[in-house]
Design a protein around this ligand. Structure first.
Ligand code: PLP
Length: 285
């Protein structure tokens, strides 16, 4: 395996950053995960646009142009012979003597890693449906920025794992679901209306979420942008998560309570198949 680290492609075992990297000390960095399907990136442009927004919000310098960044990602994928998988990229403010304010004249750290992923497993999850649990949303006030400060997400995902669930749906102080620990959360009402939160500071505006919204619109499905409670989700007809590596996966139980008939529903199945087709057309070698 080969990783990209600050301008060089290095063997995985030797790939590292400085001990005083601000990503390591302050979670002062951002990241993206882009799916690789049949040799092509899925929604690459959207991920790169969001990456630049995250960097700008934190005033971290862009290490290179969007085009140059795409080349690095493609080369990282190519050198690892990944045709189906994902590429992870992380950009931090850089390495400097540990002081809280931003350092002067320090170049950002940029790393990229590619990995294989078996899409058949995702398809099997989609066919079966998955379990989700609820977990308090203890994250900070700028969840719209895709930072590497993922400890609350890791704690929530660990709780899900210990319950045998696929995902943890995070719940705010008022009892509303914000999103999944690493996915956006949706429900489908009895009238086949999609419900998902507005992309405010409380959630990450998912690239998959945006693509699904576009596909749903073309399909003539109604969408309501509003928070929903745990009880409303449990009483919904269908529910699902969306993310770059999950695509669209039906959630069939929430805290052990069946949603709808407790199996995958037709609306989510349709959205997944539309997204799969979209992912295939956006695959370019
Ligand atoms: N919400 C959170 C908190 C996430 O971490 C992610 C992805 O990792 C998503 C939503 C889904 O975003 P995307 O569809 O861009 O992968």
């Amino acid at each position: 395996r080969i990783a990209y680290v600050n301008g060089q492609y290095v063997p995985y075992a030797q790939a590292g950053v400085h001990v005083e990297d601000r990503g390591f000390q302050f979670a002062d960095g951002v990241y993206e995960v882009v799916a690789v399907k049949d040799g092509g990136f899925v929604d690459l442009e959207g991920h790169l646009v969001r990456l630049e927004r995250s960097l700008d919000e934190l005033r971290i310098d862009r290490p290179m142009s969007r085009a140059a960044l795409s080349v690095v990602l493609a080369e990282t994928v190519r050198r690892n012979r990944v045709r189906n998988g994902s590429v992870y990229l992380q950009i931090t403010r850089g390495a400097a003597r540990r002081e809280f304010p931003f350092p002067d004249g320090v170049a950002p750290t940029f790393v990229a890693i590619a990995r294989h992923l078996d899409w058949a497993k995702g398809a099997a999850n989609a066919a079966r449906g998955v379990a989700a649990i609820t977990h308090p949303d203890i994250r900070w006030g700028r969840c719209d920025i895709k930072t590497v400060g993922l400890l609350p997400a890791a704690l929530a995902k660990q709780a899900a794992k210990e319950s045998g669930a696929y995902e943890a749906w995070l719940v705010d102080d008022q009892g509303f679901v914000t999103e999944g620990s690493s996915s956006n959360a949706w429900i489908v009402t009895k009238d086949n209306v999609l419900v998902t939160r507005k992309p405010t500071h409380e959630i990450l505006s998912g690239i998959t979420r945006s693509a699904v919204l576009e596909l749903a619109k073309r399909e003539g499905l109604k969408v309501e942008f509003r928070p929903f409670t745990v009880a409303e989700a449990q009483a919904a007809k269908e529910a699902f998560v969306s993310s770059a590596t999950s695509f669209v996966i039906p959630v069939v139980t929430l805290d052990g309570k069946p949603i709808g008939n407790g199996g995958p529903g037709v609306v989510v199945a349709r959205l997944r198949s539309l997204y799969e087709a979209h992912a295939a057309t956006h695959s370019t070698d």
